[in-house]
Design a protein around this ligand. Structure first.
Ligand SMILES: [Zn+2]
Length: 263
């Protein structure tokens, strides 16, 4: 347990920094890679147990977070010229974000291996949709056991923009008391510094990134940073303006599903 780990992102040496009790019963080491800055748990053998419920009951911020992220994402994508192109919410949970974005007039689709699509059934991602204009992955990266391979899987969709959220540790390495370790859920196994996220982006074809302490955007090509900063800072104020300029899909989707015989 005390031996250094081989970093699951870069293969560097990741010495043990501290231990926590995960899911109330597994003693687990947290290792910090000296090369890329990734903090990672020991090989997570408890994940089947951790994902019995994909969305943990302690996640009381789920709706508030989705509403906030919708404003930020909608403003950024609208300013970036995204109109009717398909978009993807990767690992989209119950489909809350997909539904909210469709309500705001964005052609979002859902994809998720661990949860049921409760809010956006009928709008699952399909390969025949082509490349998404944007791919969102909120609260996803910290679940990655093999961050490089799993980030590459997102990059493989070929979106122009990847919009992500994951909490960057306030210290390097993080303190054993940092709340985002969330050992009670057993689902958070990877924690990224800014340099770690930049490295992931570069390695996967997204070298142009703006990496904040909770929100991140990655792009294949250079883009004006003000669009992202405006969305992040003034998303809540600007969102109603964006919404007014777009046709909501709320009713059109209902009609489409009725025609398809799903309701
Ligand atoms: Zn590493």
């Amino acid at each position: 347990m005390t031996a250094p780990l081989v970093c699951r992102l870069c293969g560097g040496t990741a010495p043990l920094r501290f231990e926590k009790t995960v899911l109330g019963r597994h003693r687990v080491g947290y290792h910090h890679c000296e090369v890329c800055g990734l903090t990672q748990t020991g090989e997570p053998h408890w994940l089947a147990e951790a994902y019995r419920e994909a969305i943990h009951p302690t996640d009381t911020g789920l709706l508030a977070r989705n509403i906030h992220l919708r404003a930020v994402t909608a403003v950024f994508l609208h300013l970036s010229g995204v109109r009717d192109e398909p978009c993807l919410d990767y690992a989209g949970g119950w489909g809350v974000f997909t539904r909210l974005m469709r309500d705001a007039g964005f052609q979002f689709h859902w994809q998720e291996p661990h949860a049921q699509n409760l809010f956006a059934p009928g709008f699952e991602w399909r390969d025949d949709l082509g490349c998404p204009a944007a791919c969102t992955a909120f609260e996803v990266l910290e679940h990655f056991v093999r961050p490089l391979e799993e980030f590459q899987r997102i990059a493989a969709f070929g979106a122009d923009y990847l919009v992500t959220s994951t909490e960057v540790p306030p210290t390097s390495p993080p303190s054993p008391d940092w709340w985002y370790l969330a050992p009670e859920t057993g689902q958070h196994v990877a924690f990224y510094e800014r340099r770690t996220l930049a490295r992931l982006g570069r390695a996967c074809g997204y070298p142009h990134a703006i990496i904040g302490s909770f929100h991140q955007v990655f792009a294949k090509r250079p883009f004006p940073a003000w669009r992202w900063h405006a969305a992040l800072r003034f998303g809540r104020l600007l969102f109603p303006l964006v919404r007014r300029r777009r046709r909501s899909l709320t009713l059109a989707d209902s009609e489409r599903l009725r025609r398809a015989g799903n309701a």
